[in-house]
Ligand binder design. Structure first.
Ligand code: BES
Ligand code: ZN
Ligand code: ZN
Length: 502
């Protein structure tokens, strides 16, 4: 994990590597990354005359480029970007450039760097730092040799207050842990282990309560979906509820306000491993299914980040956890389940397991929390990946237009983008069963993402509901943008941003 700190940069020499610290007057030298957004600050460039000419020439051609100058034993990196594009696009290009920079740092054996700039806004610097944090993460736990990582980044303190820098870093650390959980194979993170991990984090975090329900409690709640999916597994299921209430009026003795009473409920799919069950996944399709709990990891990370940074919101994460396997008394196609809310479901395909555990969690939220809105995140359908590839989230809503529009807006800002799918009533027909209230998979291979969304929406009743299908983005097989192969943490910045908007 990169350690970010603030420094007071008073003056820099023309070499771009020596600073004076304006607080104590100290002179010191360091590797430097200089961000250059527009021409207005040309005179402050930490470069020699010929170098300035070179930069000018390059910028006339194309404003986006990286130059690196040896100032051995230090290095100076010069990142030029076009600040005139729309803000979200500029910020995303900075995140992606962070990956390129990191590769260069690694080649140059640079693991500490100072960051400053000219013609650059704080949100642009923040995007670059966020990109460094996202790009620097890799899943190293099982490697015998520690791979390269950037260790320290000292940031010009004119851009942020100490508290702002710390808040950003706390969010990025939660994303780090989200990715680590998703990357962990089921052998080392099954449902009971994940529940224990969440409980132990919550115990150390002010304002967060964690309730872990074990198999017997889940049985007495009659969560027919979660129990059915768990029947093929050696490991017990868990149902974890994380609650953080930072809303005004949540304090003891104060009259409770609406915000304090009706929480935002975040439901996350926690399939610790998806074999498909008796409808076992063929060939390569099973690979990477350790990531089928990314929704749960995302929602837990969002609640923890909200608590870390004391956001004034009331959020509850509801996380059904189990793996799905064909062992023991595994549930079978043709089984008819009775769900937590009494709805009966005909199992058509045991590989459509996510919606079964989510349905119980959504119904539990409706019955017990009086939610303002229910939002779920789930690696739910291969159809979502086929429809939009790895570039965004498929989103649907029922009575949740306002929330969806807010999420879309934040999504554009943080570049975790949403594509809306229709929820026309015609699709309801596709999930009707001849023998039960619903079937767990549509009666046609078409519109698989929508029929899954429709299935879940049934359990939200008339509570505003937004469904996020993150199957395409939770886990990248190949490196993409500011992510190395593996878990991305996609969705944490989106939902955290949505909570910040409340
Ligand atoms: N976890 C999978 C969906 C998935 C596929 C996520 C690829 C990430 C990448 C889900 O449980 C599943 O198996 N869905 C089936 C549903 C079908 C049986 C109705 C699918 O999409 O094929
Ligand atoms: Zn499945
Ligand atoms: Zn699944």
């Amino acid at each position: 994990m990169i350690n970010f700190e603030l420094i007071d940069v008073d003056k820099m020499n023309a070499q771009g590597i020596a600073f004076r610290n304006s607080r104590n007057g100290d002179l010191y030298e360091s590797n430097l990354l200089f961000l250059y957004g527009d021409e207005t600050a040309e005179r402050t460039l930490p470069l020699g005359k010929k170098e300035v000419a070179l930069v000018k020439e390059r910028r006339e051609e194309n404003k986006d480029f990286i130059l690196s100058f040896d100032r051995l034993p230090y290095h100076l990196y010069f990142l030029s970007f076009d600040s005139e594009k729309p803000a979200a696009e500029v910020q995303e290009s900075l995140r992606r450039n962070a990956m390129k920079l990191l590769k260069q740092f690694e080649a140059d054996r640079v693991n500490e760097i100072a960051v400053c700039g000219a013609g650059t806004l704080p949100e642009e610097v923040a995007a670059l730092l966020e990109g460094l944090s996202l790009a620097d993460y890799s899943f190293d736990r099982y490697k015998s040799k520690d791979p390269y990582h950037l260790q320290r980044v000292a940031v010009d303190s004119t851009y942020f207050k100490a508290e702002e820098m710390e808040a950003m870093q706390r969010l990025w650390n939660r994303i780090y842990w989200c990715r680590e959980w998703v990357n962990l194979p089921v052998q080392d993170l099954n449902a009971p282990a994940f529940a224990d991990e969440l409980a132990s984090i919550a115990a150390d975090l002010e304002g967060v309560t964690c309730t872990v329900m074990d198999k017997r409690q889940i049985e007495s709640l009659r969560m027919g979906g979660l129990l059915a999916v768990n029947r093929g597994s050696v490991d017990e299921p868990r149902f974890v509820v994380l609650e953080y209430n930072g809303a005004k009026g949540s304090e003891k003795g104060v009259k409770r306000t609406n915000e304090a009473e009706s929480p935002i409920c975040l439901v996350g799919k926690g399939i610790m491993y998806d074999t498909g069950g008796l409808n076992i996944k063929p060939g390569d399709y099973m690979q990477e299914m350790k990531s089928d709990m990314a929704g749960a990891a995302t929602m837990a990370s969002v609640v923890f980040a909200a608590a870390d940074n004391k956001l004034p919101v009331h959020v509850v994460a509801l996380l059904p956890l189990t793996d799905s396997r064909p062992g023991f008394n595994a549930y079978a196609a043709d089984d008819i389940l009775t769900m937590y809310d009494g709805t009966t479901v005909e199992v058509v395909n045991t590989d459509a397991e996510g919606r079964l555990i989510l349905a119980d969690a959504i119904a539990y939220a409706v019955k017990n929390y009086n939610p303002r809105v229910i939002i779920d995140a789930a690696t739910l359908t291969g159809a979502a990946v086929r429809a939009i590839s790895t570039f965004g989230i498929a989103v649907m809503e029922q009575n949740g237009r306002r929330e969806l529009e807010m999420l879309k807006l934040v999504g554009e800002q943080v570049y975790e983008r949403l594509v809306e799918f229709p929820m026309w009533k015609e699709y309801d027909e596709l999930i009707k069963s001849d023998y039960a209230d619903l079937r767990n998979s549509g009666n046609t291979p078409q519109a698989g993402t929508i029929t899954a969304g429709k299935f879940l929406a049934h359990f939200a009743k008339d509570v505003p509901y937004v469904h996020l299908d993150i199957a395409g983005v939770a886990y990248f097989t190949k490196a993409q943008h500011c992510w190395r192969p593996g878990a991305s943490g996609y969705g944490v910045r989106l939902l955290y941003g949505y909570l910040q908007m409340q």
